[in-house]
Design a protein around this ligand. Structure first.
Ligand code: XMP
Length: 526
């Protein structure tokens, strides 16, 4: 899947002037059921056009068009007859490239702003209110639109906040339609796609399933593949998809490091296998991991140890799989649940082997003698869930919240011991049960439960003094885990969790709530 191959029919290319915006835009375009991919802003225009995009979106970005060295864009992009939509920085580039005026006004406008629509029936704004809240972040302002454009909206500070040229199919808005705070943002984007660019909302993830099954068959042929299952959504969906493609020439390996949550290993061993019929090798390595972690409290050291042991166990399992059936076709392929954001962040879709190593205990050594099979490379997380659903995976696996590779090992502040793990597993299971019962699973991104194993506090239970540990509830809401806010959970739910944990989990006599956003905190405590 090289970036030089012609794009699928109806691909919208998002030119990336600032990664977080571009990814969000690409996701929103796909939510409108039009396929989209991201290209770096350094891509020559000729190359972008050679991919024959159905439309182009220029993202926002942190630069000012006046900064020396700020990313630029050749004018040809607007002259190829391809519909273009510029947003924020992309809008200003478009304005300057086509002869409009952008002033470095010094009048900075950040955050929620009221937009006044002057042409309510325009291509972009039809059916939306005359006044609408939009999200701005810029220091420059367009004071005169290029020739041929109609100005369709303004704000108190910015005279030209949107312009449109139906004849050339060029559109731009000064604000960010892709963010939640822009109330009619998705509608404006869809207007561009359907009305401006004339695209049809036909893209679905089921197309991806069929396409990927065919690609995997072609890639693997009659040889064999292995896949490490972590219990997480990505590896489960990747494995299920490859299993559909090559059947029992795929073997999955699940390393139980003993740091899983309650019921997780069983979920993989029973439910996943029942749903997919996948050939699974489970390695119980908990003793080995616990021994390696003995006496270690430092979070980074824990991560390193867990990562190292994981690789050793995995390699051993792989050697066994090969040895068990020496006459069979060779095992040449390794299935990975790499997602589109990983591809974009590591330099973008060039097809070179990119083994997830950052943040990932499944990060396997670079010298592995395998070719990678990455059937989810084009997908965002929510799309992976949809694919999982289509493949008939159990809801509990498909809707699972993210869980770190090193597992509960990085949710015990202090040394990891079997007793502490058992205790944390119980507390975590109670929190999960209550959150699910309250119907809050979809609202929160994840809710780590953390054991402060090195802290004790005095409590009273029954008639006696206790001297137990606190556990921390860390419910967060987030779109991508890069930033997060603490979730405002209902007090009665928190109260139930707290009461149950202190009653049911021995040695825990306090439950505290983490009310820190990210930044400055991270989601996990370690
Ligand atoms: P932080 O704590 O960095 O977490 O805000 C962001 C997201 O990454 C997960 N996380 C990890 N995932 N290995 C993983 O596979 C790790 O070492 C790791 N540390 C954090 C975390 O659960 C959250 O979703």
């Amino acid at each position: 899947m090289s970036s030089a191959t012609p794009a699928d029919p109806q691909t919208v290319l998002v030119v990336d002037f600032g990664a977080q915006y571009a990814q969000l835009i690409a996701r929103r375009v796909r939510e409108a059921r039009v396929y989209s991919e991201i290209v770096p802003s350094t891509t020559p225009v000729a190359e972008i056009l050679a991919r024959r995009p159905a439309a182009i979106i220029l993202s926002g970005g942190p630069s000012s068009v006046y900064e020396p060295g700020a990313p630029t864009l050749e004018r040809e992009i607007f002259e190829a007859g391809v519909p273009v939509f510029g947003m924020c920085y992309g809008f200003q580039l478009m304005a300057t490239a086509l002869g409009g005026t952008v002033d470095n006004t010094g009048a900075r406008e950040y955050g929620r702003t009221e937009l006044t629509v002057s042409r309510p029936g325009s291509t972009l704004f039809e059916g939306t209110p005359a006044e609408q809240s939009v999200w701005m972040s810029h220091g420059d302002a367009c004071s005169a639109a290029p020739e041929g454009f109609v100005v369709t909206a303004s704000t108190d500070v910015v005279p030209v906040a949107a312009f449109e040229d139906d004849a050339r199919r060029l559109y731009g808005v000064q604000y960010h339609p892709e963010v939640m705070h822009t109330v009619h943002g998705q509608q404006i984007l869809e207007h561009f796609l359907y009305r401006g660019a004339g695209l049809e909302p036909t893209w679905t993830t089921s197309g991806v399933v069929e396409e990927q099954i065919a690609l995997v068959r072609a890639q693997v042929g009659d040889r064999r593949a292995i896949c490490g299952l972590s219990g997480g959504v990505d590896s489960a969906v990747a494995a299920a998809l490859v299993q559909r493609a090559i059947g029992d020439r795929l073997t999955c390996v699940y390393v139980d490091h003993g740091l899983m949550r309650k019921g997780e290993t069983e979920q993989v061993e029973k439910d996943f296998v029942a749903a997919t019929g996948v050939k699974l090798k489970v390695v119980d390595a908990s003793e080995r991991f616990l021994a390696a972690l003995e006496g270690v409290s430092d979070p980074e050291q824990k991560r390193k140890i867990i990562g190292r042991e994981f690789i050793r166990v995995f390699e051993q399992a792989q050697a066994e799989i090969i040895a068990e059936a020496p006459g069979d076709q060779p095992v040449e392929f390794l299935v990975q649940g790499t997602l589109y954001p990983d591809v974009v962040e590591s330099g973008g879709g060039t097809g070179t082997a990119n083994i997830k190593s950052h943040h990932n205990v499944g990060g396997l050594p670079e010298d592995l003698q395998f070719q990678l099979v990455e059937p989810l490379r084009k997908l965002f997380k929510d799309e992976v869930r949809m694919v999982g659903q289509e493949l008939g995976l159990p809801e509990e696996i498909v809707q699972r919240q993210p869980f770190p590779g090193p597992g509960l090992g990085i949710r015990i502040v202090g040394e990891v011991t079997r007793e502490r793990l058992d205790l944390l597993r119980e507390a975590d299971a109670i929190a999960r049960e209550e959150l699910t019962a309250a119907g809050l699973d979809r609202e929160i991104w994840q809710c780590p439960v953390v054991l402060l194993a090195d802290v004790r506090s005095v409590g009273v239970q029954g008639d006696g003094r206790t001297y137990g540990h606190p556990v921390v509830l860390r419910p967060v809401s987030s779109e991508d885990a890069m930033t997060a806010d603490w979730s405002r959970l209902p007090y009665d739910v928190l109260a139930r969790i707290s009461t149950r944990i202190t009653n049911e989990v021995k040695d825990v006599n306090r439950v505290v709530l983490d009310v820190t956003s990210k930044p400055p905190g991270t989601i996990e405590w370690e």
